[in-house]
Design a protein around this ligand. Structure first.
Ligand SMILES: NC(=O)c1ccc[n+]([C@@H]2O[C@H](COP(=O)([O-])OP(=O)(O)OC[C@H]3O[C@@H](n4cnc5c(N)ncnc54)[C@H](OP(=O)(O)O)[C@@H]3O)[C@@H](O)[C@H]2O)c1
Length: 333
């Protein structure tokens, strides 16, 4: 059985809480090395997760000839430069979302991927969760009739000045951190791209990051709107509204791996007070499924299910949202 040997750049919270535990559980995966700017931090990770190799500095890890693939959970401004360095060193890359800060930077990744013949994949794990695969099938099969509108919400409250999300210079802000999820999942469900976008954004006076954003995206005749906030009470949902019903994912982005997720469906409703039908989805670790998909692509030379073109399209939408908040006008994509 082939095994993919992984290295990780940086002792990130997302690696500790989700991705390393998922790698440990994943088939055909060996987490071989961790690198940090601080050797002690890496040594702690190595001890906690039994990671064989510890590197002080990311360069040393990427030049380890026994590593096949690198997971990059660095702050957003480092995604593009380190993805390029990794593929140039002959490694496949799974890079955290958002893949870049501006869409034009994804063009550099296209070239690096083509030149190196290695995969660069953006880690939007939600697309691997069975709740999203089921929701797409149900909506595609017409369970809510013709889709007319989508409403998304993703909020948390975080005013920690040391958190990467609250530093505008390194790609902080709510849209890049969480606004990306209602967008990626609306594109996933509809298979469509929005034509134009209008947005309103509020910024923190000290951090200079966006803390409250609402946007409308027109996907053909489907009106999608979402709000995301880094300074509002913790909440998330995605609602899909059709001519004959409504489908809702109450925990669309962070479903717990050891609990069943739920899809709520209202159709044949005679009064808005009626309770939904509930479809239960098996317990699933979306990070584990994502790692296994990446292993499959590497080991079988198969394309990753979502390519850089898809990442580019997503970043074009983010650009338009940022531009619209400045222009106060619809921005075309
Ligand atoms: N897919 C998901 O579910 C999900 C969830 C959360 C976050 N994310 C993404 O994952 C990435 C990391 O997020 P996180 O919350 O895990 O971040 P974090 O805990 O702050 O970790 C980022 C790591 O990057 C390294 N780093 C290098 N240069 C840095 C700098 N200038 N400032 C701060 N850290 C620096 C640090 O590692 P060393 O000091 O060890 O070198 C740090 O531990 C982000 O891109 C975020 O969007 C994804």
């Amino acid at each position: 059985m082939k095994v993919t040997r992984w290295g990780i750049l940086g002792c990130a919270k997302i690696a500790k809480d989700q991705v390393i535990p998922a790698m440990i559980k994943s088939e055909n995966t060996k987490l071989l090395a961790i690198a940090s700017r601080d050797k002690e931090k890496a040594a702690d990770f190595s001890e906690n997760f039994s990671i064989e190799r510890v590197y002080e500095g990311y360069e040393k890890l990427i030049s380890d000839p026994e590593i096949d693939a690198i997971y990059i959970p660095l702050p957003n401004h480092l995604h593009v430069p380190w993805s390029i360095k990794c593929v140039e060193a002959g490694k496949h890359v799974l890079c955290e979302k958002p893949i870049s800060i501006k869409s034009k930077d994804v063009l550099k990744l296209f070239k690096a991927e083509e030149d190196s013949k290695k995969i660069i994949a953006e880690a939007f794990m939600v697309r691997f969760h069975p709740q999203w695969i089921k929701a797409k099938k149900l909506i595609g099969d017409g369970i809510i009739g013709k889709l007319t509108a989508i409403q998304g919400l993703f909020n948390y409250y975080n005013i920690d000045p040391d958190n990467i999300r609250n530093d505008a210079d390194i790609g902080g802000g709510g849209v890049l951190d969480i606004g990306v999820y209602p967008i990626i999942t609306s594109r996933f469900i509809t298979g469509l791209e929005p034509r134009k976008v209008v947005s309103s954004m509020e910024f923190d006076p000290k951090f200079k990051t966006d803390i409250l954003t609402s946007a409308i995206l027109l996907f053909d005749d489907i009106q999608m709107s979402f709000t995301c906030s880094t300074q509002s009470h913790l909440m998330q949902h995605m609602r899909f509204i059709g001519t004959e019903g409504r489908l809702e994912l109450p925990v669309p982005f962070n479903p717990l791996p050891d609990e069943k997720s739920k899809i709520y469906i209202w159709n044949d409703v005679k009064h808005p007070s009626e309770n939904p039908k509930i479809i239960e989805i098996q317990k699933s670790d979306q990070y584990k499924i994502q790692i296994e998909a990446m292993n499959n692509s590497i080991q079988n030379k198969a394309p990753f299910p979502f390519d850089l073109e898809d990442s580019y399209k997503n970043m074009k939408i983010i650009d338009a949202i940022m531009n619209s908040s400045k222009s106060g006008k619809w921005e075309f994509i």
